[in-house]
Design a protein around this ligand. Structure first.
Ligand SMILES: Nc1ncnc2c1ncn2[C@@H]1O[C@H](COP(=O)(O)OP(=O)(O)OP(=O)(O)O)[C@@H](O)[C@H]1O
Ligand SMILES: [Mg+2]
Length: 245
């Protein structure tokens, strides 16, 4: 039996002037999946997050949440449906405490829940500290704690491991897996660290120049000639060195 997908992209395109940032992208996420989005710099990954979360309208195509079209809805409406995200460039309230950063997402009422969320990321002892004072890895974790405050069904993470050291990357991967299981979350994650993605994700889609060039389980994607070419062929620059087969 196949269930209706939680989120479905149908032929999504987005043009910025003369640039085709997204070109007919389609795929669907089943509830409970950890789904990865990889691709060289400029491939359109963040643009796709922006389209899903209502920050950017698609030029054409559909975004379906539980089979209902949501493209063109404002971000706060989409957020209320149960989609929450983190940003590639962190967006924390630097002068607020860690606790307040999470409580902003909770409507400031639920202190106990905010502390629980901080604890999920090992930040319970930092609750009273200003976000500005945290080390980079902790700032990334705080942003995730805040995103979870709205109890989303789908969590979109834009490069959550960027700037983390190898140990922190490994820990992050376990935390994401635990969250997905404990909170019954579906996760859509963008990340350049390909080995981490291969290990973490149930399925992956690969974007290159706005087009979906591969889709499947990690072992399928890893050996796809188009994927190897996209990374090693120099497209977009800055190919992750870990990708060599
Ligand atoms: N608001 C915008 N206006 C014009 N061009 C944009 C806009 N947003 C993104 N682009 C362009 O669209 C393309 C895709 O950008 P996007 O940020 O989605 O890539 P990405 O896959 O997230 O890259 P990275 O891995 O570097 O984060 C790039 O060429 C980018 O310059
Ligand atoms: Mg990006």
């Amino acid at each position: 039996m196949s269930l209706a997908p939680l989120l479905e992209l149908r032929d999504v395109s987005r043009r910025f002037g003369g640039l085709q940032a997204l070109d007919g992208v389609s795929f669907a996420l089943q509830a409970g999946e950890i789904f990865g989005l990889i691709g060289p710099n400029g491939a359109g990954k963040t643009t796709l997050f922006n389209v899903i979360t209502g920050v950017t309208r698609p030029s054409s195509g559909q975004v379906l949440w539980k089979e209902a079209a949501i493209e063109g809805l404002p971000p706060h409406r989409i957020h209320r449906l149960g989609l929450a995200r983190t940003f590639q460039n962190l967006r924390l309230f630097d002068s607020l405490s860690c606790l307040d950063n999470v409580q902003v997402g909770l409507g400031r009422s639920d202190r106990r829940r905010a502390l629980e969320l901080l604890a999920l990321f090992g930040l319970q002892d930092r609750a009273a500290e200003a976000a500005a004072g945290l080390a980079y890895g902790d700032r990334r974790r705080l942003e995730m704690a805040r995103a979870l405050a709205s109890s989303p069904q789908l969590l979109l993470l834009d490069e959550p491991a960027a700037g983390l050291n190898p140990t922190e990357k490994q820990e992050l991967s376990s935390v994401i897996r635990r969250l997905a299981a404990e909170l019954r979350l579906t996760v859509l994650i963008i990340e350049h660290h390909v080995p981490l993605m291969m290990q973490l994700c149930d399925r992956l889609a690969v974007l290159n120049f706005g087009r979906r060039i591969a889709l499947g389980r990690p072992e399928q994607v890893r050996h796809d000639p188009l994927v190897i070419e996209a990374y090693l062929g120099g497209a977009g620059g800055d190919p992750p060195p870990e990708v060599s087969p």
